[in-house]
Unconditional design. Structure first.
Length: 292
């Protein structure tokens, strides 16, 4: 059996009982280590699970999948994924590869950022399509996310913006020269994300992300961690808010949609940079009835 096991968002204890049973029954256990990161070191996982873990980086997952799946039709093999197994298309591809080899598969789900964002008080059924925001470079500033946010905004829906992480990445020069030299890990912060959103708004000019009239919520380390931080405000307020106030990575950002319920406003105002500003924009721009 090939197991794809979700680990949740916090530490070694977030694994489900079913997931832990799968891990303990496996002859090989891989830890996928590039689509997201867990907040504890590999050694803590190994001690709790009672198993040695093989770190599966991008190269291994994308080019050596046959090695991961080897003999999984005769013995149990587990691939551990931070969050939920289907939070990234990479893992869907692994399951399809296993099926093509007639290897039995089982997916064991867990909490992910897609549902943990409910910690900010916004109702999950009011979210539209999620988007990813990558690190801009001088020559590469993809803006397709803007159209997805615009589509959500037209329906009044919130948008979850997943912020880029760079783990075990090579510089263009090292990649071109075939040198296995990797850059230090980088994690996009909420202020950097907001800066990029505002930059694209200035280029596109449709008013979808107007800094002074667009409400947003920044989150870090959600999922029950003691270091969890939530900060709400306009994009302009989040842009100039002290970076340390957002906490340690990983960060995520929510663009608040116009279909905003007064209970969402009330809940998220406890995290606001400026409570009065939060409520006034919700009332005057979002037409939210705060007297209910």
């Amino acid at each position: 059996m090939f197991y794809v096991v979700g680990l949740g968002l916090c530490d070694e204890k977030d694994i489900t009982v079913r997931g832990l049973e799968a891990v303990k029954s496996s002859s090989r256990v891989y830890l996928e280590a590039y689509t997201s990161i867990l907040m504890v070191k590999k050694e803590r996982l190994e001690a709790f699970y009672g198993k040695d873990l093989i770190v599966a980086d991008r190269d291994m997952v994308e080019t050596q999948s046959d090695d991961i799946l080897k003999d999984a039709d005769k013995e149990n093999v587990s691939l551990l994924v931070v969050g939920d197994p289907f939070g990234a298309t990479t893992h869907i591809d692994m399951v399809l590869r296993a099926r093509a080899l007639n290897i039995p598969t089982k997916v064991i789900h867990n909490a992910s950022i897609m549902n943990a964002v409910g910690a900010c008080g916004l109702q999950l059924y009011n979210f539209g399509q999620a988007v990813s925001l990558v690190f801009f470079t001088e020559t590469w500033k993809p803006d397709s996310f803007y159209d997805r946010i615009k589509e959500n905004a037209a329906l009044g829906l919130h948008t979850l913006v997943l912020l880029d992480i760079k783990v075990k990445e090579q510089s263009e020069e090292n990649l071109a020269r075939g040198r296995k030299i990797y850059e230090p890990p980088r994690y996009m912060s909420i202020p950097q994300a907001v800066s990029q959103l505002i930059e694209i708004e200035e280029l596109r000019g449709d008013g979808v992300l107007s800094p002074d009239s667009t409400l947003a919520i920044g989150l870090s380390r959600v999922g029950g961690m003691e270091e969890q931080r939530i900060v709400s405000g306009t994009l302009a307020e989040l842009h100039i808010h002290p970076e340390e106030a957002f906490g340690e990575p990983l960060h995520s950002l929510i663009i608040v949609g116009k279909r905003l319920h007064h209970l969402e406003v009330d809940y998220a105002q406890d995290f606001a940079v400026n409570r009065d500003s939060w409520r006034s924009v919700a009332k005057d721009v979002y037409n939210c009835n705060l007297d209910e």
